[in-house]
Design a protein around this ligand. Structure first.
Ligand SMILES: [Mn+2]
Length: 379
C-alpha cells in the first residue's frame, strides 16, 4: 500500500471543511482556495485591529520561544502598530537555544522575559487585550495571570491542533499549516503591512520570518506550497547575510554533552529510539529537542524521544520534559503524545505537537500516582 502523501495527511488533519473541498479540486485551484481563505482571514484581522485602535496589547508566546513564535509575534506587533496598537511581546521561560539567542540579539527582536514572579509585579491593567501567537495559551505560565487580570483574548494565531477552548475575538487556527510565520506572512501579502527594505526593522523582521518558516519546516524539507510562496515573498525583503549569521551560531558545550548522553543512553526498538538523560538544568532544556533531532538521524530509526528531568525552582517541583521527532509520515506527534500522556486534572494535555515534532511536560507527582484525576484522564 502506498503511504499517504504529506499533502493528504495534512488535509486529514485540517479543521473545518476547507481542505476537504480543496482536496477534491486540482492542485492549482486548491492553491487559489487557500489564497482566498488567507485573504478572508487577513480582512477579519484587519477589522479586529481597527476596533482596537490606540489600544495596548500583551503578546504572549510559549515559555521556550522558537523562531516561528518569535518572528510571528514580531510581524504581528508591526502589523498592529499600523493601527496605533502598542504591544509588548513576552515569554516566561528562557531563551536557551543558541540560535534563538542569536536571532533575538542580531535582529534586535523586541521581546521581553517576564518570569511568573516578575509578571506578578507588573501592572497588567494597562493592557486591554491579550494575543497568543504560535500557541493557545497552554504553553505559557503567563496565561493564568492574564486570565486572573481579566484581560480578554483579542487575537490567537496558531498552527498547532486545538489545545483548549480559548475563544478569542479573532482566531486563525490552521493545523494544516507548517508554520505560524507562513500565516503571518500571508497577512503581509494581503496588505496589512507593506514591508519596506529601507526600514531596518522590516528587513530584520522579514529575515526572522524566513528563519521561522525554515525552522518549522525542517529547513523547508517538509514545506508545503504556502510555505514556499511565503518564503518567495520574503526573499524580496530579507537579509541573507543576517540569516547566515543566525544559523552559524555554534552549539554550546552543554548541548554537545547532552547529545552525547542521549546517544549513550538510547534504546532502539521497532525503529523507535528512546533516551532518558536524567537531570538537567532548567536553562538547558532546549538541549532536549536538539538531542532528539540528532537521534532521529540514525539509520533504521524513524522516531526519537528524548526526555529528562528539570527542577522548576520557582514552583519547587520537578518536571519530566521530553521531545519527540519523527520522520514517519503516518505518525501524528500530536495524537501520539496526547494519547500516551493524557490530560491533567483541569483537562489540559501534558503535551502536543505538529508535523514531525512534539513535546511534553509532566510534573513528577503525576508519574508517582499522587494525582488520581490526572491518571484516570489518561485511560
Ligand atoms: Mn510553530
Amino acid at each position: 500500500m502506498e503511504p499517504p502523501s504529506p499533502e493528504s495527511l495534512s488535509q486529514e488533519q485540517a479543521a473545518g471543511g476547507r481542505s476537504d473541498l480543496a482536496s477534491s479540486l486540482d492542485p492549482d485551484y486548491a492553491g487559489l482556495q487557500s489564497h482566498s481563505f488567507a485573504s478572508k482571514q487577513a480582512e477579519a484581522l484587519r477589522q479586529t485591529l481597527e476596533k482596537h485602535r490606540r489600544g495596548r496589547h500583551l503578546i504572549v508566546i510559549q515559555d521556550f520561544p522558537d523562531p516561528d513564535a518569535l518572528s510571528g509575534a514580531w510581524a504581528y506587533k508591526l502589523i498592529a502598530q499600523e493601527y496605533d496598537i502598542h504591544s509588548d511581546i513576552v515569554y516566561a521561560g528562557t531563551l536557551s537555544h543558541q540560535e534563538n539567542v542569536a536571532l533575538v540579539k542580531l535582529t534586535s527582536l523586541p521581546v521581553q522575559r517576564w518570569t511568573p514572579q516578575a509578571a506578578k509585579n507588573k501592572d497588567l491593567s494597562i493592557y486591554q487585550g491579550c494575543v497568543f501567537i504560535d500557541n493557545q495559551g497552554t504553553t505559557s505560565q503567563l496565561t493564568a495571570l492574564v486570565q486572573q487580570a481579566g484581560i480578554p483574548v483579542v487575537v490567537a494565531i496558531d498552527h498547532h491542533s486545538a489545545q483548549t477552548d480559548l475563544q478569542p475575538e479573532f482566531a486563525d487556527w490552521r493545523p494544516d499549516f507548517r508554520a505560524t510565520a507562513t500565516m503571518v506572512t500571508q497577512y503581509l501579502q494581503a496588505g496589512l503591512l507593506n514591508l519596506d527594505t529601507s526600514i531596518s526593522q522590516h528587513l530584520n523582521c522579514a529575515t526572522a520570518l524566513m528563519h521561522g518558516i525554515r525552522s518549522d519546516t525542517n529547513n523547508l524539507r517538509q514545506a508545503l506550497e504556502d510555505d514556499f510562496l511565503a518564503a518567495a515573498y520574503l526573499s524580496r525583503f530579507y537579509d541573507s547575510k543576517l540569516l547566515d549569521a543566525v544559523l552559524q551560531t555554534s552549539r554550546s558545550k552543554r548541548v554537545m554533552e547532552l547529545c552525547e548522553r542521549s546517544l549513550r543512553n538510547r534504546q532502539v526498538q521497532n525503529n523507535f529510539s528512546i533516551a532518558g538523560v536524567g537531570y538537567l538544568r532548567y536553562e538547558d532544556r532546549d538541549a532536549i529537542p536538539q538531542a532528539a533531532d540528532f537521534l532521529v538521524t540514525e539509520e533504521n530509526v524513524h522516531t526519537a524521544v528524548v526526555y529528562g528531568i528539570v527542577r522548576d525552582d520557582s514552583e519547587n517541583l520537578e518536571v519530566v520534559i521530553g521531545s519527540l521527532r519523527t520522520s514517519k509520515i503516518t505518525l501524528d506527534p500530536d495524537e501520539f503524545i496526547k494519547e500516551a500522556f493524557g490530560q491533567d486534572g483541569q483537562g489540559r494535555f501534558f503535551g502536543g505537537g505538529r508535523t514531525g515534532a512534539g513535546g511534553f511536560e509532566i510534573p513528577l507527582g503525576f508519574l508517582s500516582g499522587s494525582n488520581d484525576t490526572a491518571c484516570s484522564g489518561n485511560k
